[in-house]
Write a protein that binds this ligand. Structure first.
Ligand code: PBG
Length: 326
């Protein structure tokens, strides 16, 4: 006799729906978008089929479409002209710069859409690093970088950004940015901290999209070692103490254990960033006919929610929202 038959709970669609533990909605997604100068520009990103760098007019169209599908937050990444990249990354807080014009345009043209703005120097730095680089030693300088990050964040809030996303991994940046925002009366601007951001090879396609790869060296002195997990708890404790509103883990799929561990300990929501390389792998296999594109997308995104992510930043946002709305 077999008394215990787990299959009884799986025998038809109705019972399966009743016992379902995890739900996935377009409202859970944040859609990352790449921005460039110009008009009517849609420049495909080779390693990210289906994604392009968009000029602001095209960016608005894309944001409107996302909103109508139920995706109500976008994260903007500007591709900065090489001529504007300098060692001190001063373009990062030029209020007429591409980043701030893009934020303003979306806030003006897509009512209700939340805008998340990235904080880090790499798109603006001629060195391709997230912090300032000591010209003699090559060291990534922590404390001198903080004021620039805070200036960038305040400019983003001025432009209308709802969520500030520090992706730079400098120590103390969340507290530094929080104080600067509050001093400029942006008490209501959220901070979603890239809490556990790993020194990952999965960022390759993103760096191609922005042409932002480090000129020298790697990011291992500030981004986390993929071998570490307890260290993520320390980062989380610091971010919470410094005033973060939401924690984030990045990359996503190879780090589901980190999402789970943070969700277990965190009194604030946890987000996952399903990064460019993860997107590229699914697309490459699907284009070869080796996997079912739609099913793999939904299974992947469901796994983030199952692991504990409240929010998912994903390049699949539009496709997945379409599938979920069907
Ligand atoms: C840079 C930044 C990176 C990503 C988001 N912000 C790349 C990096 O740290 O080199 C990667 C996102 C992705 O791969 O989708 N501050």
């Amino acid at each position: 006799m077999i008394f215990h038959r787990p299959r009884r709970n799986r025998q038809n669609e109705v019972i399966r729906s009743m016992v379902k533990e995890t739900f996935l909605l377009p409202e859970h997604f944040i859609a990352p978008l790449f921005v460039i100068e110009g008009k009517n520009q849609i420049i495909p990103i080779k390693s990210m089929p289906g994604h392009s760098r968009l000029s602001i007019d095209e960016l608005i169209k894309e944001a409107k479409e996302l909103y109508s599908l139920g995706v109500k937050c976008v994260a903007l990444f500007p591709a900065i002209d090489d001529k504007l990249k300098t060692p001190d990354a001063r373009e990062a807080y030029n209020r007429e710069g591409l980043n701030f014009r893009a934020i303003r345009a979306i806030k003006e043209s897509v009512p209700g859409m939340l805008v998340m703005a990235d904080v880090a120097l790499d798109p603006y730095s001629s060195e391709g690093h997230d912090g300032l680089v000591d010209p003699k030693t090559g060291e990534i300088l922590n404390d001198p970088t903080l004021d620039i990050l805070a200036k960038q964040a305040v400019c983003e809030a001025h432009a209308g950004a709802d969520i500030i996303g520090p992706s730079d991994m400098m120590d103390g940046r969340v507290g530094h940015i929080r104080r600067a925002l509050d001093e400029s009366s942006f008490q209501n601007t959220l901070i979603m901290s890239y809490t556990a951001k790993y020194a990952s090879a999965y960022y390759g396609p993103f760096r191609e999209a922005l042409d932002s790869a480090p000129k020298k060296g790697d990011k291992k002195t500030y981004q986390m070692d993929p071998a570490n997990s307890t260290e993520a708890l320390r980062e989380a404790e610091l971010d919470i103490e410094e005033g973060a509103d939401i924690l984030m883990v990045k990359p996503g799929l190879p780090y589901l254990d980190i999402i789970y561990r943070l969700k277990e300990m965190s009194p604030i929501p946890v987000a996952a960033y399903n990064v460019s390389g993860e997107y590229a792998m699914v697309k490459a296999a699907a284009q070869n006919g080796w996997i079912d594109n739609d099913k793999v997308i939904l299974e992947t995104l469901t796994s983030f929610r199952r692991a504990g992510a409240d929010i998912i930043l994903t390049y699949f946002a539009k496709e997945a929202a379409r599938l979920l709305n069907r």
